[in-house]
Design a protein around this ligand. Structure first.
Ligand code: NAP
Ligand code: HSE
Length: 447
């Protein structure tokens, strides 16, 4: 039985999908049963990397959704609208949807899931997080017997590619970002990548699946790498850490009514060099799931780009095609494949969370300054793991230990043990008020 596919978008991901559908040899036999019927693009004249009959291209995406020859709608156009409305239109027509659009799912996932459940159709989203890494289905199905304590990961390929090349080659930020765009890793507006919004969309989706309730996307604090100072990457390296853009969702407890309390955030984060996420380089992503009783499970692989993302999209298409082939009724959706929500989640006040910190202070280089900084932390019961003075000019390490006077300005880097955010902020306020302290120049999470 042939299954008609309608593609909304023929850019990086869409062309990757069309390429797989056009070359079924050696793949799962069901790929040969998939026929690309209609494809929506914005510009009919644009050269395409795949050879498709001109007649199946259209600039009218609704015509793709409405085409009776289209059985499954694949949304890979990106953006919020018209993508959201087209997904809902497909669902209303009883057509299953496969989408890579994390921006839409993170914001309108509940609305879309409710519409899909009402219509009895699947909406599958494997490509929305982690590119080619299977992580959505494992969280929905394979790890379903666990209590998840934490999901953390490197889930933006563009920023990991940029950070890796800056660290390895000393490449300039703007040049590497341009390469990431040329390679098809970046979003149409790369601000979503470098400012942390794309990773926030993805951790909202992962947290929703891991904890069984939707997570309010707008409440997730997200910081990107666009304001990261290369000095902090260099100092971190000298102290045995690497800096990565980490997205994390941590279980903190439950309210009396069963609502799950979560700490969810995206931030440039110092990882000890031996941490499993520290060795994830280039466009690769990795997601570390910590659960009871499974322990730590890490999913690793290419996190962006045409081939890996198309691999995930086609996997979802095959899931739906397989169900149709065996005559499965979509009126009775498989609750694991469709994903269900069974409780509420809420993000806790960031002031109530606990973590380790890296702080870089610009100070005058005077005897006793390190001692006074230590006292401010001590007064708030903030325990210091290490305190190191660097020369402000040139950024070379001046060695660990208390204030070796070098004259002029100094940079003092402090790494704290795990501490409550409120105490940490109170200590920083006291430090900022010290006459020797010029500024708190950087403040980063540390794992
Ligand atoms: P892209 O290269 O910009 O492609 C978008 C495609 O959609 C283009 O073919 C464009 O047509 C078409 N399109 C956009 N708006 C349209 C409209 N209103 N009507 C008709 N066609 C329209 O984007 P992409 O990188 O493939 O990403 C697509 C989606 O996948 C996004 O949601 C993205 O977040 C997600 N995703 C991307 C990756 C990745 O590595 N790139 C990985 C995972 C998920 P034209 O070609 O004529 O402009
Ligand atoms: N722009 C995204 C990234 C694409 O770089 O990770 C994959 O979702």
């Amino acid at each position: 039985m042939t299954i008609g596919i309608g593609l909304l978008g023929l850019g990086t991901v869409g062309a990757g999908v069309a390429g797989i559908l056009a070359t079924p040899e050696g793949r799962h036999p069901l790929v040969g049963d998939l026929a690309l019927r209609r494809v929506a693009v914005r510009d009919l004249q644009r050269p395409r990397p795949v050879d498709l009959p001109a007649a199946i291209l259209t600039t009218d995406p609704e015509a793709v959704v409405d085409d009776p020859a289209v059985d499954i709608v694949v949304e890979v156009m990106g953006g919020l609208e018209p993508a959201r409305s087209l997904i809902l239109r497909a669902i209303a027509a009883g057509k299953p949807v496969v989408t890579a659009n994390k921006a839409v799912i993170a914001r309108y996932g509940e609305e879309i899931a409710a519409a899909a459940a009402e219509q009895g159709v699947y909406v599958l989203i494997e490509a929305a997080v982690g590119g080619g890494i299977p992580i959505i289905e494992p969280l929905k199905q394979s790890l379903g017997g666990n209590r998840i304590q934490r999901v953390s990961g490197i889930i933006n390929g563009t920023t990991n590619y940029i950070l890796s090349r800056m660290a390895d080659e000393g490449a300039a930020y703007g040049d590497v970002l341009a390469d990431a765009q040329r390679l098809g890793y970046a979003e149409a507006d790369p601000a979503a990548d470098v400012q942390g919004g794309d990773a926030a969309d993805k951790i909202a989706i992962l947290a929703g699946l891991a904890y069984g309730g939707s997570v309010q996307r707008s409440a997730i604090p997200a910081e990107g790498i666009d304001r990261l100072d290369s000095r902090d990457v260099s100092y971190a390296a000298q102290l045995g850490f690497v800096v990565k853009l980490v997205a994390a969702a941590q279980f903190l407890g439950t309210d009396a009514d069963g609502t799950v309390q979560l700490d969810v955030r995206v931030s440039p984060t110092l990882l000890p060099k031996e941490h499993p996420l520290a060795g994830v380089h280039g466009v690769n992503n990795a997601i570390l799931v910590e659960g009871d009783p499974v322990g730590r499970v890490m999913f690793y692989g290419p996190g962006a780009g045409a081939g890996p993302t198309a691999s995930a999209v086609v996997a979802d298409i095959l899931n739906i095609a397989g169900i149709r082939q065996v005559g499965g009724s979509e009126a009775g959706l498989d609750p694991l494949l469709a994903a269900s929500r069974w409780r509420q989640c809420r993000l806790v006040d960031p002031g109530l969370t606990q973590h380790r910190n890296y702080v870089r202070l610009r100070t005058s280089d005077e005897p006793g300054v390190i001692g006074r900084i230590g006292t401010c932390f001590g007064d708030q019961q903030v325990s210091i793991q290490s305190i190191v003075q660097f020369e402000a000019k040139g950024g070379a390490a001046a060695g660990a230990g208390a204030g070796a006077a070098t004259g002029g300005a100094a940079e003092i880097v402090v790494i704290t043990h795990e501490v409550g955010e409120a105490r940490f902020r109170a200590a920083l306020a006291a430090i900022e008020a010290l006459p020797e302290v010029v500024s708190v120049a950087a403040c980063l999470r540390t794992m």
